[in-house]
Design a protein around this ligand. Structure first.
Ligand code: ACM
Length: 686
């Protein structure tokens, strides 16, 4: 019996070691559809070369050159592409056939990658699969004891969804082309394939129009992309297997159009570029023929500039106030039997759809455009809930999910990761209806981002969304996701993304000095407030002129330190008997936090940007003290004063409240320590 039990334990141990082993063997994000790790590794030295076979394709050739440059960057080793015989090459690539002239939704993106100790083979039906496979290879490269190496593995990979997008709002804050390019590099690294370019808003019209030049001349403060730049970005994206879809939001979110063309609006002008955030009254006049003439000209020009099949017309958040207040519009609605502003917007959408179709594009819009009167060719992007995605699919429309993927809301990665386009309301759809769900998009709305901090709001969390959209639905292990997210985040550094690197200069600016050790200790455990709380707690009305130089702008959306601390506390509370090391780590962190406020005080004198942070620093110190006394009680079993627990918990509650628009993310774990210590009988403790 005892032997049997021993055998079972040994079996379990072996299995768990094997599991850990296999997880360690593959660090990619997204996780491939199927993979089998081997035991050896392929060493990459300076003799490494690539050989291209099969269909000759310029995109694959350029992709291979970039791959070698990237590998060289990752390893610090000069690598030149000596055109090697395929039998001698470290990596042999085979492409079966070419891809579409203009990248299309649903093209084959699959690839096979086999790495053995003597070399690697990558094969794919189309160049798109090759590009993805090269990214997988780059993610697999590790520093090993014998050199840089890729672990042996056999991968067969393909995406779960055909549409894996990232939307960037370049209107509320203008985002320069080079920043977009590096983010396209990030997208390619995690196999995202649609860049949704939100180009117009109340706060800015960001693209040159040659036909209607007052749009960018008067609507952009001079911050717009020329058409040459747009073509450059589209080519850059195409080289990386990414489609580019422009969005021109209408009939609302359109004040910047009216600065140059007030006659488009539903109320008399003049108009100015909007500086505040929110939903505003100006909207296009759907009752005037000249509106559609204008849109025909504009959409025609843009349809020729953007090669992709899809054309986004926005359609969200029309408050209808200008329509309500305009007697001519009211009369139009009466004479056409329209009962509501929704009816009027549906009429507008129908007219716009005809124009979009005339220019040979497929219309896509936010879920407000959903109306059974519209042709089934349109696509719905669901942002207000998963319900609208399912509803669209039931009505015969194709759809994308963005509800749950709003990365401006500062959610932790696990929360986005838990959102699945096929779950929730979509779970009960028929197989045919499910076919209409194309995928999803992460959305980077830009009220609070600048070129300096935008990468840190997009990465690494978008990699978790990318995995949700690429990997099989049963890839759900949050711990594995976080392990790999850390690795992919470092990998993205090599691509020139600044999500990690921008932290330091931003902290030095706030500190006003080189010594940021105390500020860093604090910054590492705070996160910006969540959802729309930043608006609600703003010290003054935020605008596009508001500086983005505070702790809330530098702090990462998700504190790794806080997550690790919570894991330590959880492990400690659940298995106290065997946790000396864990206890020591917890104590070290709490001590550092307790002592940080003293280090912080002298620094505050040197910078106005630190003043608002002092109370947060004091709360952190108080949390450190409270956590340490909880730990003492847990360890020593001393009798606690009667009021101790209530006092500590009141302190924790204060610390949980946002201050300076940041949240102290270690408060819940300190609370758990206090509650655990209060639950322990003093006399029975060791
Ligand atoms: C949106 O967030 N208004 C699409």
């Amino acid at each position: 019996m005892r032997l049997l039990r021993l055998l079972a334990i040994v079996c379990l141990l072996v299995m768990s070691v094997a599991l850990v082993h296999s997880q360690q063997q593959i660090s990619t994000m997204p996780l491939p559809a199927s993979f089998r790790p081997g035991s050896g590794q392929f060493v990459i030295d300076q003799s490494f070369s690539v050989s291209l076979t099969g269909y000759k394709d310029k995109r694959v050739e350029r992709g291979t050159q970039r791959f070698l440059q990237q590998l060289s960057r990752q390893t610090g080793m000069p690598l030149v592409n000596k055109s090697a015989e395929s039998s001698r090459a470290g990596l042999t690539i085979r492409t079966d056939h070419g891809s579409k002239q203009v990248q299309e939704l649903g093209e084959d993106e699959s690839y096979d990658l086999q790495v053995t100790s003597s070399g690697a083979q990558l094969s794919a039906p189309s160049p798109l699969g090759v590009l993805h496979g090269l990214q997988t290879f780059l993610q697999l490269v590790k520093t090993s004891s014998t050199g840089f190496a890729v672990p042996e593995v056999t991968i067969q990979d393909r995406p779960r969804f055909a549409w894996r997008g990232l939307m960037i709002d370049v209107a509320r804050h203008f985002i320069p082309l080079d920043v977009l390019k590096r983010n396209l590099d990030g997208m390619a690294a995690v196999k995202m394939n649609v860049f949704h370019w939100h180009l117009s808003e109340n706060q800015g019209f960001r693209i040159e129009s040659k036909k209607l030049p007052k749009l960018h001349q008067l609507g952009s403060d001079g911050l717009y992309y020329t058409q040459d730049e747009v073509r450059e970005l589209i080519a850059y994206a195409r080289d990386r297997g990414i489609r580019v879809i422009p969005e021109f939001d209408m009939p609302g979110h359109s004040t910047s159009w009216f600065v140059g063309y007030p006659e488009l609006a539903s109320a008399a002008g003049p108009y100015q570029i909007e500086r505040k955030w929110g939903v505003f009254d100006p909207a296009m006049d759907p009752t005037q023929e000249r509106t559609y003439k204008f849109l025909d000209q504009f959409i025609g020009e843009m349809a020729a500039l953007f090669p992709d099949q899809y054309f986004h017309i926005g359609g969200d958040e029309v408050n209808g106030k200008q329509w309500d207040a305009n007697p001519k519009i009211q009369e139009f609605m009466r004479s056409h039997g329209m009962k509501s502003n929704q009816d009027l917007q549906a009429y507008f959408n129908k007219r716009v759809q005809a124009i979009v179709s005339k220019h040979k594009k497929t219309m896509i819009g936010w879920d407000e455009i959903l109306n059974p009167d519209l042709r089934k060719t349109i696509t719905i992007q669901s942002w207000r809930g998963q319900q609208s995605l399912a509803q669209a699919a039931k009505l015969g429309y194709r759809g994308l999910l963005s509800h749950g993927y709003y990365i401006d809301l500062m959610w932790p990665a696990w929360q986005h990761y838990a959102v699945d386009p096929m779950a929730d309301a979509a779970a009960s759809l028929s197989p045919e209806e499910k076919q209409r769900i194309l995928g999803g998009e992460a959305c980077m709305w830009s009220e609070y981002v600048s070129p300096e901090n935008i990468d840190s709001r997009i990465w690494p969390r978008s990699a978790a969304i990318a995995e949700r959209l690429w990997s099989p639905q049963n890839v759900q292990d949050v711990n594995s996701m976080y392990q790999r997210l850390k690795i992919v985040s470092r990998h993205l550094d090599w691509l020139g993304l600044t999500h990690n690197s921008s932290y330091w200069p931003m902290l030095r600016r706030i500190a006003g000095t080189e010594d940021i050790s105390a500020l860093r200790t604090l910054a590492d455990v705070v996160e910006p407030v969540k959802d729309y709380t930043r608006e609600e707690t703003a010290p003054s009305v935020p605008t596009s002129a508001t500086p983005l130089n505070r702790l809330v702008d530098a702090a990462r959306p998700e504190s790794q330190t806080a997550r690790q601390f919570a894991a330590l506390v959880n492990a400690f509370i659940s298995q106290q008997s065997n946790s000396d090391e864990i206890r020591a780590e917890i104590r070290a962190l709490l001590t550092r936090w307790r002592d940080n406020a003293n280090k912080f005080q002298p620094a505050t004198v040197s910078s106005f940007l630190l003043k608002e942070v002092v109370p947060v620093s004091n709360e952190l110190s108080a949390l450190g003290t409270a956590g340490l006394s909880a730990l003492d009680y847990l360890e020593n079993g001393e009798t606690r004063p009667e009021t101790w627990e209530a006092e500590q918990l009141a302190l924790v509650e204060r610390a949980k409240k946002p201050q300076a628009q940041v949240l102290l993310m270690v408060a819940p774990a300190v609370q758990a320590l206090i509650e655990a210590s209060a639950a322990t009988e003093p006399s029975s403790s060791k």
